[in-house]
Design a protein around this ligand. Structure first.
Ligand SMILES: [Zn+2]
Length: 337
């Protein structure tokens, strides 16, 4: 993607404040974007990878393009219909429209990503003609950003198609080798611990810079995220010491060596919201340790999984209950519970 001055300046100036903290990640991402490198944001689910990528979309300036479905730049036609036409109608696409999201999954097909060519019409009009070709999402990202969520969930065949598009700027669709100068910035995400996924090949990874994202750096940071993101139930107060207890307990679970799938910030937010709501439903004005205890399993037990060595001995429910009991004897509720 041609990096215009406005976009470069915004990369420097924008604090990417939809995500709190993560300063190192932001610096890495900004420096990669600044020189137009393709990046994959690596991190466990629920830590804000998508939010961070969307924050990049927000700084994409509007762009004047040809009204051809491929976002060709005026005066720089790259699709067959623009190349054939002497003068095209122009339109303005917003920054948001230049950000195209693809959800990686084993079912994602090359047609979804690249497009589909009707063989009969291809004979008559040519494979990339408007008549024969239905462009896939990759082409919609031309002169914009292709955001590929969970890129390691798609098949190796698709990884190869993507590589071809990024490297050679041409794609193979069905039995057609079509050349199309597609130009976009690639931002992918992947979860390094997702066992159900396809391993990304070395050849594939060699084309990207990886930017790591982690759980919130500190208790204080996670509390700040709660302040910003967790819903408040009016008329119910959450004693700060008790709320800190929740944050610290979740962070202790993340560090627990028996836990394989760890609770994200969504779990912390979930407990804080549900405990307040439960207090309200019970007719209380203040969240109590009992409220927290009562919502713990509903929010947590499906969000964690235990390592094989423990999982045949204990259920996640029993494990969470036991860990919380242990944690509560060693950690006070801050004296305000
Ligand atoms: Zn065009």
């Amino acid at each position: 993607m041609a990096l215009d001055k406005e976009f470069l300046q915004k990369i420097l100036d924008n604090p990417f404040s939809d995500i709190l903290g993560q300063d190192e990640t932001k610096l890495a991402l900004k420096s990669a974007l600044y020189v137009g490198r393709n990046v994959i944001i690596v991190g466990r689910p629920g830590i804000g990878k998508t939010t961070l990528a969307k924050n990049v979309a927000k700084i994409l300036p509007d762009l004047t393009v040809n009204d051809c479905g491929f976002h060709c730049l005026p005066g720089k036609p790259s699709c067959p219909s623009c190349k054939a036409m002497k003068k095209s109608v122009e339109k303005t696409v917003t920054g948001a429209e230049r950000f195209v999201r693809v959800q990686g999954s084993p079912d994602l097909s090359a047609e979804d990503l690249l497009g589909d060519i009707d063989p009969v019409k291809a004979l008559q009009y040519g494979p990339l003609s408007v008549e024969a070709f239905t462009p896939g999402k990759l082409f919609k990202a031309n002169n914009g950003i292709l955001f590929f969520d969970e890129v390691n969930r798609c098949s190796e065949k698709l990884q190869n198609a993507l590589l071809q598009a990024l490297e050679e700027k041409k794609v193979t669709i069905g039995s057609y080798d079509v050349e199309f100068e597609v130009d976009f910035l690639f931002i992918g995400t992947m979860n390094p611990e997702d066992g159900s996924t396809e391993k990304l090949s070395d050849v594939f990874l060699d084309r990207f810079d990886l930017v790591e994202m982690h759980y919130p750096e500190s208790v204080a940071r996670e509390e700040a995220i709660l302040d910003a993101k967790a819903k408040r139930v009016e008329g119910v107060s959450f004693p700060p010491g008790l709320r800190r207890h929740v944050v610290e307990f979740i962070r202790a679970l993340r560090a627990d060596k028996n836990i394989e799938k760890r609770p994200s910030v969504r779990a912390t937010i979930g407990i804080v919201e549900r405990a307040q709501a439960l207090a309200m439903v019970r007719g209380g004005k203040k969240v109590t340790p009992d409220d927290v205890e009562a919502v713990l399993l509903s929010v947590l037990s499906h969000r964690i999984s235990l390592k094989p060595s423990v999982k045949y001995l204990e259920s996640p429910e029993a494990y969470v209950r036991q860990k919380h009991a242990e944690f509560s004897t060693t950690h006070s509720f801050g004296g305000e519970g």
